[in-house]
Design a protein around this ligand. Sequence first.
Ligand code: GLN
Length: 250
Amino acid sequence: MPDAAALRLRVCALYPDLMNIYADRGNLIVLERRCAWRGIGFTLSASGLGEPLDGDAHDLFYIGGGQDRDQRLCAEDLLETKRAGLHAAAARDAVVLGVCGGYQLLGHSYTLDSETIAGVGLLDVRTIREQGPRLIGNVAIAVPDGGAERVLAGFENHGGRTRLGPEQQPLGRVLKGFGNDGHSGREGARAGNTIGTYLHGPLLPKNAWFADWLIARALGIAEHELAPLDDEIEQRTHASALRAAGAPAA
Ligand code: GLN
């Protein structure tokens, strides 16, 4: 077991004031609490519009969901002031997690009518805001993990439909809900420790195992090296999110 006191998780929230719909702050609190309960140090920084990003200064970068208008504002800034830092971070295996609007911005582009907003291109995905209803509801996905599968439960609400490039791995397969586009059966995207997902509304409170998975990867340790916690309430929360999605209990 590594000495928890020697560990520190350094999290950077990108645009926390603009990209923060649906419990994004709660996701950050879960990371903070699960580190604190184990005696692991935790630092939360923020990088907003116009602020540079040092890709070496943080272990986990988080970008949450946003309305189309806020995404537009952030996308331009992301390219100008943060693209290089994020690519450097991903190249050294820092965790980059984008949720919903944040996921769309980690891809190549988000097209709305005649306008195309460029993303940072860390994931080989393209999103198009097509005619048709928003994809809204509870969702459950199966995520491959070392030969087995683990289930994530959450809530999605997006107008954009996301298509993966031919070599791009999804984050998981849809058990219930819409996922990337409502018909491919795929949800999210993953390249190494860069992850995009439409599951928000609170992703990490509903899936404590995934919070630990992210923490371990960001710290560069194995998940079993994290001290176990009493997760009875978290497990009940997970089960209730699965029930809401109509997925079988894990
Ligand atoms: N604005 C994006 C869409 O509707 C993302 C929405 C969100 O983050 N919930 O597709």
